[in-house]
Design a protein around this ligand. Structure first.
Ligand code: BGC
Length: 724
């Protein structure tokens, strides 16, 4: 009779139980090991696949992956390997794949449908290479802009991150995990990683459990609801306990309370670092015991865990049932994914899937909606037909690596600055050159200066060229060396000679359009004040330059909105919008109280007017849904997209609550002159707070309901709601 685990008519649970019962201790613990092909030699990797039953590999590509899979399939039980990859904004470690905007950039689209489609495209491209699992999305919040990984976040807000996170997870995993095109998502880095001390990557997050629950948990709770198959435990400690050593965070909160059914993978060397860096274990055995008891299921890149765990069980220090729980979760996901039913080998081998035209179309749409127009003085944009010569100046005008940002083949798994993309790429220079031909404008280019090296500059040459033109497009920002792990910054000012360059260009007296190509908000008060137009593109992927050029020439009406606030100065941090109120001015005496640009902000070439804010009821119960309605009129002469944002403030509660909190939004296309009525449902359960006893409660009382184009008080229309 066919064993249950081989019978595809049985449920993943039944099959996992059946298989588990057949496994030796070594086979079980092997499943918990994830080996990195960027570290293990070829023969070590083979050894792990064939003789130590490693459950997963990362950074295994092409023939290597195929070979390791065949080795695993020929073991006694033939348990297939799960191959993981950092497909962070597209399957971008592959030179032929679609490169999407970074998570931060795409979050400025405020468009969950497009973000979901980007996830689907990525899944298809990853699956076509025979890989099964992406370590994405990042659901950390970008609240300390000094942190090097801000580019990987969906911005600063837990509600927006939750919506976009759930969307991309649905894209990766599809309707059914077992679909040939579906891959596993991995929500990371659980939890509170974005707020480690001083923005310093992997240091302690000094947060109370109340704050963890109220601020950092919601996006992960959304990921669980969306069926996210895996979660990654973050590097850092929360209030002194490393996440990978925390039973409270992994087992009690994530698995038991949130009901997460998938498996937890540690981040890179988490278990080793319980000994080596964090010093909460004296040796690997102690570290392994802590990691096991806490609820880590798969161990990334600490192979010595394998031997320690076997010894621990044999010596009776750790119960085998703990191992069983972890392995059952891993096997359950492997069965649910269809790995035992053929999906372990590259299914479709559709190499023509990579960057196919359907995928590029989706990417182009998402990129367009991700670009944010921050200034447009005297409607300098779109450029008018009297502009006959354009000077494109600046270090990021023609730098595809800066435009791609982190987590592409230029930076991972190893630094490879000379990699050559096999896809079309559009820097801003290319975009301006190609589109300008339609407008019969001449384009000249000068790099001006380097971002990292202040010596490498020719400001005079750049200014001379700028003086000869009718308009100047300065493309500045930051570079790969300033974003990512190990790349936190204390100073968010423009580096190198970029500020000098801007000032020299301004002195030419020509209209100055500044385009920012950067990983995260920089402190750019001068550019904000003196540019004629300012465009934030962040790391906008392969089509960024085209989308920017379309906006500059008016072929696209910009619709991106910031998912993150900009500071005047890094000393002003934090500047996120949903702060808790204080009463001594909530500001530094030498800085404005508002951020330079606020969460939700962005301009359009048309204008929108809000009126008639109404609630379907003004008094409701804690389990109601109230419809929030507003009229929005496009008062300009062209069609445009507006993102209507709903904020809420709890006016009296048992703990201090944020001055406002996003609780809904809707992005809509409104024709010129048209008025539309927008309805945003407000689920009253969304008005929860976490009280002093760390319980989620909606406390009855009065709430302020605010609707408008961004998070600034000055533009929000307000009304009140009573919850009984
Ligand atoms: C990062 C993770 C990533 C992992 C595997 C770690 O350094 O923190 O985000 O998924 O490496 O590449």
């Amino acid at each position: 009779m066919m064993p249950v685990y081989k019978d595809s008519s049985c449920s993943p649970e039944q099959r996992a139980d059946d298989l588990l019962a057949r496994m030796t201790l070594e086979e079980k613990i092997g499943q918990m090991i994830q080996i990195s092909c960027s570290v293990a030699s070829e023969s070590e990797a083979e050894e792990w696949a064939a003789h130590r039953f490693a459950g997963s590999f990362l950074y295994a590509f092409g023939d290597t992956a195929k070979h390791l899979q065949e080795l695993a399939l020929s073991t006694r039980l033939g348990i297939p390997i799960l191959f993981g990859i950092d497909a962070i904004h597209g399957h971008a470690l592959n030179t032929g794949a679609t490169v999407f905007p970074s998570q931060l950039s795409m979050s400025c689209s405020w468009n969950p449908e497009l973000v979901q489609k980007a996830g689907r495209v990525t899944a298809k491209e990853v699956a076509s290479e025979g890989l099964h699992w992406t370590f994405s999305p990042v659901l950390c919040l970008g609240r300390d802009l000094r942190w090097g990984r801000i580019n990987e976040t969906f911005g600063e807000d837990q509600y927006l991150a939750g919506i976009l996170g759930a969307a991309i997870i649905k894209g990766y995993q599809g309707e059914h995990l077992a679909d040939p095109d579906s891959i596993l998502a991995c929500a990371k880095h659980y939890i509170a990683y974005g707020e480690s001390l001083g923005g310093r990557d992997s240091y302690d997050t000094s947060a109370s459990m109340r704050k963890v629950r109220e601020v950092f948990l919601p996006p992960f709770a959304e990921a669980v609801k969306a069926g996210c198959a895996t979660m990654m435990a973050s590097y850092q400690s929360v209030d002194g306990t490393p996440v990978s050593a925390s039973e409270k965070l992994l087992k009690d909160l994530l698995k038991d309370e949130l009901g997460f059914k998938g498996f937890v993978v540690t981040d890179w060397e988490n278990v080793r670092n319980l000994v080596v860096r964090q010093g909460v274990a004296a040796d690997m055995k102690e570290a392994a015991a802590k990691a096991l008891n806490a609820g880590n299921d798969m161990i990334m890149n600490t192979p010595e865990f394998y031997y320690a765990a076997i010894e621990l069980v044999k010596a009776g220090v750790v119960k085998e049932s703990i191992i069983d729980q972890a392995v059952r979760r891993i096997l359950f996901i492997k069965f649910a994914l269809g790995l035992f039913d053929g999906k372990c080998r590259p299914q479709n081998n559709k190499h023509n899937t990579l960057a196919c035209s359907e995928h590029l179309d989706i990417n182009m749409k998402l990129t367009r909606e991700s670009i944010v127009l921050l200034e447009n003085r005297n409607n300098i944009l779109p450029l008018k037909s009297n502009i006959k010569k354009i000077a494109v100046i600046g270090p990021n005008a023609d730098d595809i690596q800066a435009q791609f940002g982190d987590w592409t083949y230029f930076s991972h798994p190893d630094l490879n600055p000379s990699a050559v993309p096999k896809i079309e790429t559009w820097t801003v220079l290319r975009g301006i050159k190609e589109l300008s031909s339609k407008y019969k404008a001449e384009v000249v280019y000068h790099k001006g200066c380097d971002i990292m090296d202040p010596e490498d500059q020719d400001i005079e040459g750049a200014a001379r060229l700028a003086s000869s033109a009718d308009a100047v497009i300065a493309v500045i920002g930051d570079c790969l060396a300033q974003n990512g792990e190990y790349k936190d910054r204390a100073d968010l000012d423009l580096s190198g000679s970029q500020q000098k360059l801007l000032e020299a260009l301004k002195a030419c007296g020509k209209p100055l359009i500044v385009v920012l190509v950067n990983g995260k908000p920089l402190s750019i008060p001068w550019a904000a004040k003196y540019s004629d137009a300012l465009i934030e593109a962040f790391n906008s992927g392969m089509f960024g330059g085209k989308a920017v050029a379309e906006i500059i020439f008016g072929e696209t009406n910009p619709s991106g909105r910031l998912s993150i606030s900009f500071p005047y100065h890094s000393g002003q941090l934090p500047v996120y919008y949903n702060q808790l109120p204080g009463w001594h001015g909530a500001k530094y005496m030498d800085m404005p109280s508002e951020p330079l640009y606020s969460f939700g902000y962005g301009l359009s070439y048309t204008s929108f007017e809000y009126s008639n804010l109404k609630l379907s009821k003004n008094i409701c119960n804690t389990d109601d849904t109230v419809a929030v309605n507003t009229d929005v009129r496009n008062t300009g002469s062209i069609d445009g997209m507006e993102t209507v944002q709903l904020y809420v403030r709890d006016l009296a509660s048992s703990v201090v609550t944020p001055v406002k909190q996003l609780k809904g939004f809707k992005k809509v296309e409104i024709k010129a002159g048209e008025t539309v009525t927008i309805e945003i449902p407000l689920d009253i359960r969304e008005l929860f707070i976490v009280n002093e006893a760390e319980e989620y409660v909606v406390e009855p009382g009065e709430f302020e309901i605010m609707v408008g184009p961004d998070s600034r008080d000055s533009v929000l229309h307000k009304t009140r709601l009573v919850v009984e």
